[in-house]
Design a binder for this molecule. Structure first.
Ligand code: PLP
Length: 399
């Protein structure tokens, strides 16, 4: 197996029913059998390569799952209808009532709300920590802890977790390391660094077209089989299935992921360096001023840079709001949540993607009301884009 994840994707060949260069789309919810015995075997999970019902496994979703697993260097993968369903299914599969999770406190707001508000209804509680502080993480582990949960590059402050060190801690206490790698496909291979399970919102960089909601789970054959179990599998029983038409479309978009990631990172590095030069506080792991810059370098796969996400702090919510409207007018990109689109997207985390985090907690973790998060696009002429950002900042009194 070649080491570069993009090479592994490129070498995965599947053909259509008539030799087409794209695989055929399996447009069926159910599958026929020639014998009752065979159907029984499939129900019992004893017949490899046979299909039963598309909530269980669909061949087109399987093509996408295979290519995601190759990218991650994981044994297996499961495709889900959203990033949130991927995360929920992982946590519900691994935890029982009475178990605890230790989670980074800087995570996507939807995940925060799931852990803080929803899972306690099922008796699953979470302790939130500064994931970059290993002593704090260690101090929270107790006999109920089952999972260490974090994002490899966190949302929206772009903190970087030390995956090998956290793996060591997890192994000592028999915990599962679950990592959301949504911000850094190809750049990071969390499983190779020690993660047990990786979650993705494919909605973002992986698909790259902002035309659908999608997710994936990567892990061992045993774990993915457990998710699909007809009696006890979270994916099988909660049913967050991706439609095969959509899976085929994401599968094709993944062929350009390596080119897009390089351009996102190159442009984000330029924007981060130049905004920092204007005297504005910039959070970007590619800047030497970022506290985990060196750590990140030691974990990254080569070739893909430091990612497409940049967060800046203009200190004041009203100015941040004015700036985003102005940048949209100046064609910098769109005032919209989400990430990984070809155009630059920007939003203010405190009032959007992190709004689920209570205000006092936002303050405590450094989530200033003046933050603006950019998902930097793959613009051909990033100098022109920066000039537009700078002019918008002048017009709004940021500088
Ligand atoms: N993980 C991260 C880091 C995210 O930013 C998001 C969405 O913004 C999600 C998970 C949830 O993904 P989805 O919207 O596909 O359910």
């Amino acid at each position: 197996m070649t080491e570069n994840p993009a090479n592994r994707i490129q070498d995965y060949l599947v053909f259509g029913e008539f030799g087409g260069v794209n695989p055929s789309i399996e447009d069926s919810s159910t599958f026929t059998f020639l014998s009752a015995e065979r159907m029984k075997e499939v129900f019992q999970g004893r017949a490899e390569g046979c299909y039963l019902y598309s909530r269980h496994i669909n061949p087109t979703d399987e093509y996408l799952a295979r290519v995601i697993a190759l990218m991650e260097a994981s044994e297996c993968a499961q495709i889900t209808a959203s990033g949130m369903s991927a995360i929920s299914c992982i946590l519900l599969q691994l935890c029982n009532s009475g178990d605890e999770i230790i989670s980074s406190r800087t995570i996507y707001g939807g995940t925060y709300a799931l852990l803080k508000n929803f899972l306690p209804k099922l008796g699953i509680n979470t302790q939130f920590v500064d994931i970059t502080n290993l002593a704090e993480v260690k101090s929270k582990i107790n006999e109920k802890t089952k999972i260490l949960y974090f994002e490899s590059i966190s949302n929206p402050l772009l903190e970087v977790a030390d995956i090998p060190a956290l793996k060591k801690l997890a192994s000592q206490h028999n915990l599962k390391l679950v990592v959301d790698n949504t911000f850094s496909p190809l750049m990071f291979s969390p499983i190779k660094l020690g993660a047990d399970v990786v979650a993705y919102s494919l909605t973002k960089f992986v698909n790259g077209s902002s035309d659908c909601i999608a997710g994936a789970i990567c892990g061992t054959h045993d774990f993915i089989s457990s998710l699909r179990d007809v009696n006890s599998g979270a994916c099988m029983l909660l049913g967050p299935v991706m439609d095969s038409m959509r899976a085929a479309s994401i599968f094709k978009n993944m062929r350009t992921l390596h080119v897009r990631m390089v351009q996102h990172s190159k442009n984000a590095q330029y924007i981060a360096e130049n905004i920092e030069k204007l005297g504005i506080r910039v959070f970007y792991p590619g800047l030497p001023s970022h506290p985990q810059h060196k750590l990140l370098k030691s974990m990254l796969n080569h070739d893909y840079g430091f990612g497409g996400m940049v967060t800046i702090d203009v200190k004041d919510e009203e100015i941040a709001n004015k700036l985003m409207v102005k940048m949209q007018e100046e064609l910098v990109g769109y005032f919209a949540v989400s990430l990984g689109f070809y155009k630059t997207l920007f939003s203010s985390p405190g009032t959007s993607t992190s709004s689920e985090i209570p205000k006092e907690e936002q303050e405590r973790i450094g989530l200033s009301p003046g933050l603006v998060r950019f998902s930097v696009g793959i613009d051909h002429d990033i100098e022109r884009t920066f000039d537009r950002i700078k002019q918008s900042m002048i017009d709004c009194g940021v500088i």
